[in-house]
Write a protein that binds this ligand. Structure first.
Ligand SMILES: NC(=O)c1ccc[n+]([C@@H]2O[C@H](COP(=O)([O-])OP(=O)(O)OC[C@H]3O[C@@H](n4cnc5c(N)ncnc54)[C@H](OP(=O)(O)O)[C@@H]3O)[C@@H](O)[C@H]2O)c1
Length: 240
């Protein structure tokens, strides 16, 4: 008998994560939707909540051990990340560079996601399609960086992009139908973008539900040629 098909949202308490979760639960393509977060919510929205902190590898291993008993993840979406708070202040200039802040950015935005991949990618099916999509950010593009600033966030997202691109190459060797990509969700009205929205022109900020819908339709349209790509919410490739 076929294994139950699982969809997983890591960072399910975040603005975009919650919207992705709500949409996935409505999608009949999955037998079970798993919400991973530091703090589990009451079982709502039909998802199964599993607690894990992406900075605590033992919690990721425990979560993976539990997920293995439930079925095979065919879609894993990583919606964690931080720009400010948690000891982070987006740097406006080099004078603001702080080793602890930089290390924290890298831990949350690059190292944690790589550890999630380390523990969850081996659970994906070997012979049928699957997708691992990590939310990155356009500001992590080196080629597209004309404004400067936000050193830690930019550099940690660029590192995330390289980690996922490298994972995609290795993953393909054992799972020829398995995709790994990084996606830019657009500018979305969440806690993460809230302090910076006033600088944006009207109409440039999406709701989490709009972004989730756009991201899911991009994910649905991906082909094997997209493996390892850096793609925006419109389905357009972003320069590295
Ligand atoms: N919003 C935007 O405009 C925008 C633009 C470009 C890219 N992005 C990217 O999109 C992703 C989602 O952002 P968002 O706007 O939804 O932000 P958000 O509402 O602040 O959500 C971020 C999530 O990351 C989780 N997280 C942080 N550290 C964690 C850890 N150590 N372990 C587990 N979870 C952790 C938070 O968990 P808790 O709930 O436990 O705090 C929160 O649920 C991020 O990667 C962000 O960089 C967002």
């Amino acid at each position: 008998m076929a294994e139950p098909r699982l969809a997983i949202v890591v960072g399910a308490n975040g603005g975009i994560g919650r919207a992705l979760l709500a949409a996935l639960v409505r999608d009949k393509a999955y037998d079970q939707v798993i919400a991973m977060a530091r703090n589990a919510q009451e079982p709502d929205q039909g998802a199964l909540w599993i607690e894990a902190d992406i900075l605590d590898e033992s919690s990721l291993k425990q979560a993976a051990d539990r997920i293995r008993t439930l079925g095979q993840p065919v879609r894993i979406i990583l919606a964690t990340g931080a720009l400010h708070g948690q000891g982070l202040v987006p740097e406006k200039s080099m004078r603001a560079l702080d080793p602890e802040g930089l290390a924290r950015s890298f831990a949350i935005n690059a190292i944690g996601p790589a550890l999630v991949a380390k523990h969850l990618l081996p659970l994906t099916p070997r012979d049928t399609p699957s997708l691992f999509a990590a939310l990155s950010a356009r500001v992590g593009s080196i080629g597209d960086n004309h404004l400067g600033g936000w050193y830690g966030y930019r550099a940690s997202k660029a590192a995330l992009n390289m980690l996922v691109h490298t994972l995609a190459i290795e993953h393909r060797r054992t799972r020829p139908l398995g995709l790994c990509v990084v996606l830019h969700p657009g500018t979305v009205n969440t806690d993460l973008s809230q302090p910076f929205q006033s600088a944006l022109p009207d109409g440039q900020v999406m709701t989490p539900a709009q972004s989730a819908q756009a991201l899911l339709s991009v994910m649905d349209g991906l082909t094997l040629a997209d493996n390892g790509g850096f793609i925006d919410w419109n389905g357009v490739n972003i320069p590295w």
